[in-house]
Design a protein around this ligand. Structure first.
Ligand SMILES: C[S@@+](CC[C@H](N)C(=O)[O-])C[C@H]1O[C@@H](n2cnc3c(N)ncnc32)[C@H](O)[C@@H]1O
Length: 267
């Protein structure tokens, strides 16, 4: 998603509407062919994998085969570096310390992860992902960055029940550009379980594609939510939630929400 996607006009766009698609095609004729190719591939993958996680895992396998950095959303290596730096700087500004224990949900190929692993004490970084292909790329990043001694945990998952992780354990849980690819039931599952693994003072930050208009999705790959929908979901699971205004100033198309078990001071 481009950095200007939070402009008032884009916040009210419904990208699933036919009128939007026609207007977009007229404005960007060069993007029509790649879109049709992607829609065809995705339709086939949906037939083969009717459940969302299976489907998205297959999307990631296909995208990662071509280019792991593009598969996590960065068209160039410089963008990959910049996006990781942005995630890292934000959490450092919000108090991430080496002794903290961090869970990175949907860690991808460690775009942000390698910086967190460098910063955190040995063994304190946990990355989980549904895609075996991107986790293999993550191991490559780890090796290239010579971070073996930091012994990060990288685990493949099939759902977001987080049931294999200890309770009351993580100071920071993080999901960057994951709920932007998730239907509401996946987010619901995560919010239902994340409170158990957070410490009492811990928090869970996640980004999402925000709309101020109709909630919608494109190709089962990109999902757009209203802030209140996600805050309400957090409340339903007994979590306190806040919209992170200071993230809005960053050159990034998505917005960020922080949830916690206990009320936190406003950031
Ligand atoms: C756009 S990438 C972002 C990766 C990483 N967070 C980053 O910022 O570089 C989204 C990642 O989330 C993973 N993912 C998607 N749905 C997931 C889910 N339900 N549970 C865990 N990981 C998921 C994908 O496999 C992919 O690696």
């Amino acid at each position: 998603m481009p950095a200007d996607a939070k402009s008032p006009k884009k916040l009210s766009n419904n990208r699933a509407a036919l009128t939007h698609k026609i207007g977009y095609a007229l404005r960007h004729p060069g993007r029509v062919k790649p879109y049709i190719r992607r829609a065809g591939r995705d339709a086939w993958l949906r037939v083969k994998h009717p459940d969302h996680v299976g489907y998205y895992r297959a999307v990631m396998a296909s995208d990662t085969r071509r280019n792991p950095e593009a598969a996590v959303g960065s068209k160039t290596h410089d963008r990959w570096l910049a996006l990781g730096q942005m995630q890292f700087d934000y959490l450092i500004e919000h108090g991430l310390r080496p002794e903290h224990r961090m869970l990175d949900i949907g860690c991808g190929n460690l775009r942000g992860g390698w910086r967190f692993i460098t910063h955190l004490d040995t063994g304190n970084y946990y990355g989980i992902d549904i895609s075996p292909d991107i986790l293999m790329a993550a191991k490559k990043t780890l090796t290239e960055r010579r971070l073996q001694e930091k012994l990060p945990h990288l685990t493949i998952i099939g759902d977001l029940t987080l049931d294999f992780l200890p309770g009351n354990h993580f100071d920071v849980v993080h999901a960057h550009s994951v709920f932007s690819h998730s239907p509401l039931e996946v987010i619901d599952e995560c919010l239902a379980h994340v409170g158990r693994i957070l410490t009492d003072t811990g928090f869970f930050d996640f980004t999402f594609d925000r709309t101020e208009g109709t909630e919608h999705q494109v190709l089962g790959e990109d999902f757009y939510y209203r802030t209140e929908t996600l805050l309400e979901l957090a409340r339903k699971h007994g979590l306190h939630g806040q919209f992170m205004e200071d993230w809005e100033k960053r050159p990034h198309g998505q917005s960020k929400i922080r949830v916690s078990r206990s009320p936190l001071p406003a950031a």
